[in-house]
Design a protein around this ligand. Structure first.
Ligand code: ATP
Length: 297
């Protein structure tokens, strides 16, 4: 299995605070991977390390097996759209495409960018600053795709878009990468939008990786169980209770399945990606708070 992004013990520190710590993850080539986590979790830091904009203070990051800071050869394989879709606002889309061609002499598919923008009805001759936020996001994506990258890193590309524009953006992204076999790693807070499009998950919380793996496997190995009010006793068929909530008579558990069938006292439900991520984030939060207070979580 070829790995598009691989990190080991990766860390980045600002002063004494770690923005990313002991990060070990693998994103296989060909995946559309979601990088999720709360504000300040370290998502932007990880993306900047992967594109070589930051130097690690610990560990290493490899993109297709190469160090992104060791020469420019791997950078030619990476497309990167930073947060807030920064494009030069005085330039038109047509001018930005021409400029991209001058900056990426080795490989630049100007026709692809023009066709994408025409298909989306985005005027090529209007300054980018006068386009809507959604249109600017599409211009930034078209420019990144014109580079024909093997890895596309997107930092919150859909944050400023309305729900319809978000869906259109994700569909356009999926269509574009399916044709080109590009690997994508995109950060976002919008879990519901990612469920339809992403097939790999990386959850960061407080500078650490909390959960990572193929989405279908993660959904398959987790269940929500509803049953009679429970204490801390083990439930047959459950490897780990990630999150528990209780009413007077009933308990709801989000669990990681173990071997064998689940105790029939419990009703099993499939989980959504949103349930899964939120449960793991809440569990990690409780653990960190407990550690800070020196009590078991
Ligand atoms: P958001 O979802 O809000 O964009 P994020 O997950 O992308 O957050 P990062 O931007 O990677 O988070 O920040 C991780 C941590 O590093 C935060 O605590 C942040 O305050 C800190 N940090 C990031 N950049 C700097 C910097 N240039 N100087 C000092 N601290 C920084």
């Amino acid at each position: 299995m070829e790995l598009a992004v691989q990190t080991q013990g990766l860390g980045k520190r600002y002063g004494r605070a770690w923005a990313l710590q002991d990060c070990a993850l693998e994103v296989p080539a060909g995946r559309i991977a979601a990088l999720v986590g709360p504000n300040g979790a370290g998502k932007t830091t990880l993306l900047h390390l992967a594109v070589g904009l930051l130097r690690p203070d610990a560990g290493e990051v490899r993109v297709f097996g190469r160090d992104p800071r060791a020469g420019t050869s791997v950078l030619a394989d990476i497309g990167f759209v930073a947060q807030d879709t920064p494009v030069y606002r005085d330039f038109t889309a047509a001018e930005l495409i021409t400029m991209g061609g001058k900056l990426n002499r080795r490989r630049w598919d100007a026709a692809l960018a023009r066709e994408r923008l025409a298909a989306l009805g985005i005027p090529p001759d209007k300054p980018a600053g006068k386009l809507s936020g959604g249109q600017r996001a599409q211009v930034a994506l078209a420019l990144a795709l014109a580079k024909r990258p093997r890895l596309l890193l997107l930092d919150e590309p859909i944050a400023s878009l309305d729900p319809l524009a978000r869906r259109e953006f994700m569909q356009a992204l999926m269509g574009a990468v399916a044709e080109s076999e590009t690997t994508v790693l995109l950060s976002s807070h919008l879990l519901a939008d990612l469920e339809r499009s992403c097939d790999y998950l990386v959850v960061l919380q407080q500078s650490r990786v909390q959960l990572t793996g193929p989405v279908d496997e993660l959904l398959e190995t987790h269940r929500t169980l509803v049953g009679p009010r429970a204490g801390s006793e083990a439930v047959a068929g459950v490897a780990k209770v990630v999150r528990a909530s209780h009413t007077e008579r009933q308990s709801t558990l989000l669990v990681q399945r173990g071997d064998g069938p689940i105790d029939p006292l419990w009703t099993e439900h499939e989980v959504t990606l949103e349930d899964l991520v939120l449960a793991h984030l809440a569990e990690a939060d409780a653990r960190v708070t407990a550690e800070a207070w020196g009590v078991p979580a």
